[in-house]
Design a protein around this ligand. Sequence first.
Ligand code: PHB
Length: 392
Amino acid sequence: MQRRTFAMSAALLTGAAALAVTTTPASAQAAKVKVGFMLPYTGTYAALGNAIENGFRLYVDEQGGKLGGREIEYVKVDDESEPSKATDNVNKLIKRDNVDVLVGTVHSGVATAMAKAAKDSNTLLIVPNGGADAITGPMCGVNIFRSSFSNWQPAYAMGEVAAKKGAKKAVTITWNYAAGTESTNGFKESFEKGGGTVVKALNLPFPGVEFQALLTEIAATRPDVVYAFFAGGGAVKFVKDYAAAGLNRSIPLYGPGFLTDGTLDAQGDAAQGMYTTLHYADGLNTPRDNAFRLAYAKTYKLQPDVYAVQGYDAAQMLAIGLKATGGDVSKKPEFAAAIEKAKIDSPRGTFTISRAHNPVQDIYLRKVVGKENKLDGIAIKGLSDPARGCRS
Ligand code: PHB
């Protein structure tokens, strides 16, 4: 009896499956595209990871949950901004979950490990933050894209701004890892080209926040300006400590916009009047940005920041690639060609993607006024990373 019931339901199932095959249109059957988010959901960069995921999902939801005719599904891993765990973490997404595309991450060291794994397995990767110059330099490749920036870009712009404002002597301060080193190098390159000198380069281990001894050293050195790369929770603490030490009254604190993006509620008075450079700003007041900001605020009850924009644009880039390939992620050259010739309609302003797959974009000068990184002008128009070492 039991056996017969089993046999009958098996026959019914086979019949149902056969029916589905013959009556369902091919497009509706296409498997979902599996997106693997590898982002920091804990630690000093947690807010950044969440903003990126929010931005990405917002764009997909605006398209009715489908890109290039394929439904999108998500799996996620918390990378903790921990480079020593990065290879294991990315391999969970590539080998265990079989994702079609990797989206991540914030921390340059972890993003570099992701790029290596993506290259080795020929998996699509869209980096929605991590600025490591190497990803769109020596590691550039047909399957690797960035929707954000290279560490060099906003840094180079700030060095130029500082030199034009007449500063001669600068001290740099940052965490001792790729993003900090590359950011302070980018600043030094243009600042010294403009006639200034970096007299001291200070650093501490990531994600440390023991700034006191370094602030004492800055006070003793008396530079004209300080250039700092910090982000997330560390940026909040640094900007507050800098002001608490009274340094903001005599030595302007400059940085890439990460120093004050998504952090102003927590930094309060300490950040007022600061100048930073970035590929996004408050008060752009374009129809595109206004619509994005309204939709983001409605959905998440939060104001968007640069990280949300980078997540949103990572989804836009995926959409462009999937549309061109009919949703077939194995067609890497076609996927890449479509993105290379696209004009991406970003809330930051329209941008294009270089041959090395990094955004070519305007870098804004912003000034902190109240709770906003207010647009103060364009520091450099259409800035392209030099992509040193990329041979593609
Ligand atoms: C990086 O590690 O590349 C990084 C992290 C946080 C930022 C910017 C760059 O805000």
